[in-house]
Design a protein around this ligand. Structure first.
Ligand code: FAD
Length: 276
């Protein structure tokens, strides 16, 4: 009699299963996965996620290909959500953009980041400034009850080149209105505290322009009917390209706001949406 050995099914390290995938444009998609049972995180933090890379041509060994990703779901969600770019020749996203429900992704359960309530001093009005996929951490924070406990007003600005690139954020904010769980947990009509300010820089839309320009010329404040930035009342979280972050940081500092960190809370905090 011959002995048969069951072939081991390869299981990725720290594997999570994809439960939903949505595509918005040629360069943007979002997906949801199962959540590691042990993972605790603060809304606004990021983790390393990825897939197995191609086999090494010499050794044939595969290594995980990981990148930093903001967690777009709130801390209380049973699943994880991510909002992703598709970079044509990007080592990870050229593959990640093809994931389907039931596939596995690697998720390292070590959350970190500065876009957290703990790193910001109490205030009256919170500005979330995002460009592109920089909306992701705010998708988490906009569904976090503490955001509405801590602030009277939340101003969500999102700037993209094309109108379609605003879809994920727009749908998310629209969805808050009819989200029964959030209205029950946070308080009926909580979403009325949000002032949403989408702008485009290339395609024609109701509000065009870089948010830095709209801050400098005062249009942002005039459009929303709020006073100019004031360190006594206003707080900010920023997530975009390095250049965008530096421009906003300069404007916030000019208005008298100081940058904070987990170790020393301040009036604003910043995180890069990507490196490069
Ligand atoms: C703290 C942090 C959080 C991040 N969170 C997210 C997130 O929530 N969603 C997300 O899509 N990416 C996020 N990124 C970027 C992410 O880590 C990867 O760079 C991205 O997934 C592309 O991976 P890649 O291997 O395909 O290409 P890479 O080799 O990593 O990038 C190739 C080039 O593409 C450009 N690029 C990369 N990411 C972006 C982006 N998001 N928007 C515009 N251009 C980009 C850059 O010019 C970069 O040099 C984050 C990065 C950091 C540092």
């Amino acid at each position: 009699m011959t002995e048969t050995t069951a072939k081991a099914v390869p299981v990725l390290p720290d594997a999570q299963t994809v439960t939903e995938v949505k595509h918005y444009t040629d360069s943007l998609f979002s997906f949801r996965t199962t959540r590691p049972a042990s993972l605790r995180f603060r809304s606004g933090e990021f983790v390393m996620i990825g897939l197995m890379g191609d086999p090494d041509p010499k050794t044939g060994k595969q290594r995980p290909l990981l990148r930093a990703y903001s967690i777009a779901s709130p801390s209380w969600d049973e699943e994880m959500e991510f909002y992703s770019i598709k970079v044509a020749n990007g080592p990870l996203t050229s593959k990640l953009q093809h994931i389907k429900v039931g596939d596995q992704v690697i998720l390292k359960p070590k959350p970190v980041g500065t876009l957290v309530h703990d790193a910001v001093l109490p205030g009256k009005r919170m500005y979330f400034f995002a460009t592109g996929t920089g909306f992701a951490p705010f998708a988490s924070l906009l569904r976090e009850p503490q955001t509405y406990e801590d602030y009277d007003e939340i101003i969500m600005t999102h700037t993209c080149r094309e109108v379609a690139e605003l879809t994920y954020g727009r749908d998310l904010i629209e969805g808050l209105k009819s989200d029964e769980l959030l209205n029950e947990v946070i308080g009926e009509g909580f979403w009325k505290k949000i002032k949403y300010y989408p702008t485009t820089t290339r395609e024609e839309s109701p509000k065009m322009g870089r948010i830095t320009t709209l801050i400098e010329n005062g249009e942002l404040f005039a459009d929303l009917g709020v006073p100019a930035l004031d360190p006594a009342t206003d707080r900010a979280m920023v997530c975009g390209s390095l250049a965008f972050n530096l421009d906003i940081k300069a404007l916030l500092e000019k208005a008298g706001l100081n940058e904070g960190a987990n170790s020393e809370p301040g009036e604003f905090v910043i995180e890069k949406a990507f490196v490069g």
